[in-house]
Design a protein around this ligand. Structure first.
Ligand SMILES: [Zn+2]
Length: 272
């Protein structure tokens, strides 16, 4: 029996811990430096290295039916899980089992820049979100030489995370453009803006939102889907939503716990 997308997703999740360990062994060996820039693109390097190391780990484990392919062009997703013996066509997704969006966050930065802002309707089939929290770490206690090290990681299906994000967006007073109620007054119905998030002030959160919902100073707000900002909420109701998702969905719980143990702003909202 060929693997299902769900089985492939489980294999990828299971082997990601080992892939991150192997990645850390590699960066310790090769990427030692003094200084260590932030905002230098190292996050992108780490995301890519995860894909390569996951492939190596899968091969070593004797899993030869699937492999991780790096998607070219400007697709949202970074990787596709493809059948090794099949033709792969990224346009039609022939030969693919699922896609993976990889995000990195550097622990040293004040604000996590990583965003997951795709709308629920843009998510097709089984998709995984992988988040890597990394930092420049000393190669040895007291030494100034550092290397990029993954400190913690999350990987799981994106849909439950989109649901959590959307629920908290609404709780903060945000909304999603409804059919027939587009701020641009589009004639076609439903128009292409349906589902676009607007914040409590009515400003668009994504560049693709309605033109008339542009903020005054910026093209779009870009708070929606910020991996840290998405946890912002108003009053006790936000915490209630967080706890509800924590108890009702295993993937949402794993993501909330990942963010909670790494970011005090999230962790203080969680039960002990
Ligand atoms: Zn519209």
């Amino acid at each position: 029996m060929p693997l299902t997308p769900e089985q492939a997703a489980d294999l990828i999740s299971e082997h990601t811990v080992r892939a991150c360990e192997a990645l850390n062994e590699f960066t310790f060996e090769v990427l030692q430096t003094r200084g260590g820039r932030i905002g230098s693109g190292m996050g992108g390097v780490i995301e890519a290295l995860w894909g390569f190391h996951l492939n190596a780990v899968l091969r070593k484990a004797g899993i030869d039916e699937i492999e991780i392919a790096w998607i070219y062009g400007h697709e949202y997703n970074d990787f596709a899980c493809v059948r090794r013996d099949a033709e792969w066509n990224p346009e039609t997704r022939e030969g693919e089992l699922l896609r993976i969006e990889a995000k990195s966050m550097v622990a040293a930065a004040e604000e996590a820049k990583a965003h997951f802002d795709r709308l629920e309707r843009e998510l097709k089939g089984m998709e995984l979100l992988a988040v890597f929290l990394w930092n420049w770490s000393p190669v040895q206690e007291g030494r100034a030489t550092v290397y990029p090290r993954i400190l913690d990681q999350f990987i799981g299906p994106v849909l439950p995370i989109a649901h959590l994000r959307d629920a908290l967006h609404i709780q903060r007073g945000g909304l999603f453009v409804q059919p027939g109620a587009c701020p641009d007054g589009c004639e076609e119905n439903p128009c292409r803006h349906v589902g676009e998030p607007l914040n409590a002030k009515g400003n668009r959160e994504r560049r693709t939102g309605p033109e008339r919902a542009r903020g005054q100073k910026v093209s779009h707000q870009a708070n929606f889907g910020g991996l840290l900002r998405m946890f912002g909420s108003r009053g006790v109701n936000g915490r209630r939503i967080l706890l509800q998702h924590l108890h009702e969905n295993g993937t949402a719980a794993a993501f909330i716990e990942f963010m909670g143990r790494n970011f005090h702003r999230v962790g203080r909202q969680l039960p002990d």
